[in-house]
Write a protein that binds this ligand. Structure first.
Ligand SMILES: *Cc1c(COP(=O)(O)O)cnc(C)c1O
Length: 393
């Protein structure tokens, strides 16, 4: 069933599958056909569709209170913030809704810190970003995207951003000057195709930013919360940034929940009235986010991502040279470059869909796998078998 959507604006080109229900790693279309979801809402569904623990937390909260606004306190926000701060080993949490809002908040906090703490002259603060980045879709954020589709015809653009190559610590060090407030990077670039920087890069970014008095902001919206086999991708190099930007899986695939997490000397620069959101930190979001944090606090999901990722990596590596030109994998997160002679990423995605596996292409020749961390090894094996068949056909 193609399920055309004549009244939906065409800002997406979805695969022609119409999902009617979902459970764990599986979705069912309007005709009752089942598909293994190997995208998992771009990592927003790390714990699977309708995870019973998370749905339970949401249902309980639906029967109590859903929205208070931040004009009043709710009994859910502080416990959620305390748990998330503990998970991040930081002091403060600023809750928002979408990832892009967390990024915008991070930018505002970094600038305010730049002026109020570092004493950068007014309106001069700069933030260094990496080429190939994806941080969201607002006008400020697309201002420092280098993806023409994301950016073209959406100017005028926000000044104050400097782009350096991803993975090149020397270039980053060179770009820093007295007006630099922050460096903001994805520790692994998800949308770019699960691009993993050279080993030691994050460590050097940490050293350079510390030495030069510049904030290190890690956009862990996609890479964080268990996906890479650690709570945060930065932890793969034992690195702790000054600020985490979180989103996607923080909402358990149920509600949009994002957050900026940092110590008081950074996030404490924001005063009442300077930033906010009607829905940010609402009781329903806080209850679900808290349940997500409790699940991650056990370490079980990180361990699972590590073990399953190793298993998946072995299977995928065997496809290199067999229609696949390269595989990048971090935990249960893989970018697979498809040999152009067997088709585009989109064509492979459509063929996989016909075989009951849902994936998403990115940047032409790459397909990205980010299955729920709840998936079974046998299900991963089956998905890779389908890929093998598609590559051979
Ligand atoms: C998805 C994503 C965002 C934007 O999140 P939205 O909730 O779509 O606004 C920002 N940064 C990264 C790294 C992402 O993957």
């Amino acid at each position: 069933m193609t399920g055309a959507e004549p009244h939906v604006a065409r800002n997406y080109a979805p695969l022609p599958v119409t999902i009617a229900s979902a459970d764990g790693a599986w979705v069912t279309d309007a005709d009752g056909r089942r598909y293994l979801d190997m995208l998992a809402g771009y990592s927003a569904l790390n714990f699977g569709h309708r995870n019973p623990t998370l749905v339970g937390a949401a249902k309980d909260q639906l029967d109590r209170a859903t929205l208070t606004s931040r004009a009043f306190r709710s009994d859910q926000l502080e416990p959620f913030a305390a748990a998330l701060a503990e998970l991040c080993k930081k002091d403060l949490v600023l809750p928002m809704n979408t990832g892009a809002e967390a990024v915008e908040t991070g930018i505002k906090v970094a600038r305010a810190w730049g002026y109020r703490v570092k004493r950068i002259p007014e309106n001069r603060a700069k933030i260094i970003v990496a080429a190939g980045n994806f941080h969201g879709r607002t006008t400020t954020i697309v201002s420092f995207s280098d993806d023409a589709d994301a950016r073209d015809d959406f100017g005028p653009f926000m000044p104050g951003f400097v782009t350096v190559p991803f993975g090149d610590a020397d270039a980053l060090a060179e770009a820093i000057d007295d007006e630099t407030a922050a460096v903001m990077i994805e520790p692994i670039q998800g949308e770019a195709g699960v691009v993993i920087p050279p080993e030691g890069y994050l460590k050097r970014v940490r050293e350079i930013t510390r030495e030069r008095g510049v904030l290190f902001i890690a956009d862990e919206i996609q890479s964080g919360l268990g996906r890479t086999g650690e709570t945060f991708a930065c932890a793969r190099e034992g690195v702790v940034p000054d600020m985490y930007l979180l989103g996607k899986a923080l909402g358990g695939g149920i509600v949009p929940v994002s957050a900026v997490v940092a110590n008081d000397d950074v996030l404490g620069v924001i005063h009442p009235g300077e930033h906010g959101s009607t829905f940010g930190g609402n009781p329903l979001a806080a209850a679900v986010g808290h349940a997500v944090v409790d699940m991650l606090a056990t370490g079980h999901w990180q361990e699972r991502a590590r073990a399953l990722g190793e298993h998946l990596g072995e299977k995928l590596d065997a496809l290199v040279g067999e229609g696949v030109t390269a595989v990048r994998i971090a935990g249960l997160w893989a970018g697979i470059d498809i040999d152009p002679s067997v088709g585009t990423g989109r064509e492979i995605s459509e063929k996989l869909m016909a075989r009951g596996v849902l994936v998403k292409d990115t940047h032409g020749q790459t397909i990205r796998l980010a299955p729920p961390l709840t998936i079974r090894a046998t299900e991963l094996d089956w998905a890779v078998e389908q890929l093998e068949i598609v590559l051979k056909s």
